[in-house]
Design a protein around this ligand. Structure first.
Ligand code: 13P
Ligand code: SF4
Length: 310
């Protein structure tokens, strides 16, 4: 009998489809993906692919970004409930009201937003290029950064620009506890703390390295350190461990009993990917004008990234 993996691979060939997966996905979903990466790499891959169908093993804002970049392709999300708490922390009408109060400010939005927020923004960024996007603007440009206040504060600190922050955050990243990380460091004096910039300032302050998911993965491969505390969603540890079988990876602990799993990313399963490919569901469809507006802000980011070879 054919395994689900074989069935997915057959359908992929038959339909000229590609599976793009994020590092926070379940290991078996990462393994079946044709390409895995951070938000920037996934958007760049979507833009370039020649496949006719893109199945997004990630969350809604990532699938929407792929659709906006490739409006003629069929973009499928295996589970429409795979959302993002950070994107949800920025509702369109409230964000629009905020922008109207500051019409002189240039709007930089994190890619973790709905298509409507992207359409209201001047330029998009991801955690891989947020500092560079802001630095590409004239020094006297006043900026609004949304929706992630932690990433925004980090960018403000790195660039020393006049940045007004939207008050949003990711429910996973805001849970990490700097105090508990410090406790682990006492027992593991050589441990290096690697943190995603969506973490709170108290965690970033004690981090040895701050970067996007692919930035953190790269660090574990390039440096000789052997023990790491990983302050981001622990799905990334699967690739870290694969690349460094002899190194030790400790998921950063959270403030309370809650774990640090992004339940949205874990909604995608092999069964759902199979059904998605087989029945060509759930297709992402967006209004043409909305896509046009959102595309210009995403394209700006991709141009800056290409110029800087990010
Ligand atoms: P990356 O772009 O660094 O992969 O981050 C995506 C994300 O959702 C972080 O929570
Ligand atoms: Fe969104 Fe947070 Fe999940 Fe990333 S980890 S997809 S920011 S909810």
């Amino acid at each position: 009998m054919d395994t689900i993996v074989n069935k997915i691979n057959k359908l992929k060939k038959e339909k000229n489809a590609i599976i793009l997966g994020h590092f926070y996905e379940n290991p078996e979903v990462q393994d079946i993906s044709d390409f895995i990466g951070d938000s920037l790499a996934l958007a760049q891959k979507a833009e370039k692919t020649e496949a006719e169908i893109i199945v997004f093993a990630g969350v809604l804002f990532m699938a929407e970004t792929a659709k906006i970049l490739c409006p003629d392709k069929k973009v499928l999300l295996p589970d429409l409930n795979a959302g993002c708490s950070l994107a949800d922390s920025c509702e369109e009408s409230k964000f629009n009201e905020f922008l109207k109060k500051h019409p002189d400010r240039y709007v930089v939005s994190y890619v973790n937003t709905s298509a409507k927020i992207k359409a209201l923004s001047d330029c998009i960024c991801t955690s891989s290029n947020a500092v560079q996007v802001v630095e590409s603007l004239p020094k006297d440009k006043k900026i609004i950064f949304g929706p992630d206040k932690n990433l925004g504060a980090y960018v403000k600190n790195q660039t020393n620009r006049d940045i007004l922050l939207w008050d949003g955050a990711c429910h996973v990243h805001k849970r990490f506890s700097a105090n508990q990380i410090k406790q682990i460091k006492i027992k593991h004096p050589k441990v290096k703390v690697l943190a995603h910039p969506e973490c709170e300032a108290s965690v970033l302050k004690i981090a040895d390295f701050i970067g996007s998911t692919s930035g953190l993965l790269k660090y574990t491969k390039e440096f000789d350190d052997t023990e790491f505390i990983i302050a981001t969603e622990p799905g990334i540890i699967y690739q870290m461990q694969k690349a460094n079988p002899d190194k030790v990876f400790i998921p950063a602990p959270s403030f309370n009993e809650d774990n640090n799993i992004c339940e949205y990313m874990k909604m995608t399963t092999l069964e759902k990917i199979y059904n998605s490919l087989n029945e060509e569901k759930y297709e992402i469809n967006l209004d043409d004008d909305l896509m046009k507006q959102a595309r210009s802000s995403i394209t700006k980011m991709l141009e800056i990234s290409n110029q800087l070879k990010l």
